[in-house]
Design a protein around this ligand. Sequence first.
Ligand code: PHE
Length: 357
Amino acid sequence: MTTSPLAELSAHVAALLARIDAATTLHDLLAEEPFIIGKRSILSTLQKSLGALAPEDRKAAGALLQEARRGVDEAFMTRREGLERENRAAALEADRLDLGDVVVSQVSVPVAVGHPGIVSATQRELEDVFVAMGFTVSDGPEVESDWYNFEALNIPPAHPARGMWDTFYVDLGEPETVVLRTHTSPTQIHLMEQAVAAASLPIHSVMPGRCYRRDTPDARHLAAFHQIEGLVVDRGITFADLAGVIETFTHAYFGSDISSRLRPAFFPFTEPSAEFEITCTICRGEGCRTCSLTGWIELGGCGMLDPAVLDAVGIDGEEWSGFAFGFGIDRCAQMRHQIADMRALIDNDVRFLRQFS
Ligand code: PHE
């Protein structure tokens, strides 16, 4: 007759209970856990050996073992809870303020949590739409040289188009050589220069950021405002790609009932150029005061990259072509949230701002 593997069971259980008692800190107890109730416990080893028993003996042995395990588990948990309670009490005692009879009872006032402003939130949403279309997001400086803001964009010093941008000049070095950028288009130049230097064409990127013009603030203009620029330089890019990107963006951002249309326009750095308009979001195309009864609202400019711009950055216009677009982020926020006066965006009136959390 073979001896049952459970012959020594009660001795094992007693040894495990003694181990539980011997652990005086939570840390010690948890370190013992695998050996007492875990996989490396003698009880787990015994469990496996039950397979060697004759089938008729197995059931009774299994029940015996189960009961032993339950007892050990319970003792372990009870000890664990006791040690945890002791730890908590010790921590509270250590933190106690000894003020004699004074009772400390601080009332906590709920803290108002801030949230991104409408323009930042709009910028992020616009970035998300373009990232989903395969664009990267890039950044450029707000203080620019005349070359990046104008010349490289085919706007030479005496060009009448400079009149389109009432410029803030920065008093640094030669007069009228350093400017606060009047649009995000100079970032196109930085990006193309970097891509040429790194031989990393093509480019599919959007460039959001702050711009400045000497505009008197009114319901639709701010002197510091935000634009998002788009630039694609690749092989075989056509005007149809440009129109497709604008239309896809318009649906993705404003909704499927808002469409875009392009109207001939002039920009020195694109040829041909267009202004793009979207269905008026106030009247949904019916015609209202905001859209001067046309049903359309102008959002920005766009066009195919002018060969002179590609030349300025050293890109071969025979091999590469591309398009650019740029439009106002503040204007988008205004259209999307139907904000009558853009100056509300910079008033910092919390009653206004809270509506957009
Ligand atoms: N930079 C132009 C503006 O601010 C917009 C534009 C961007 C036009 C890119 C064409 C291409 O008015």
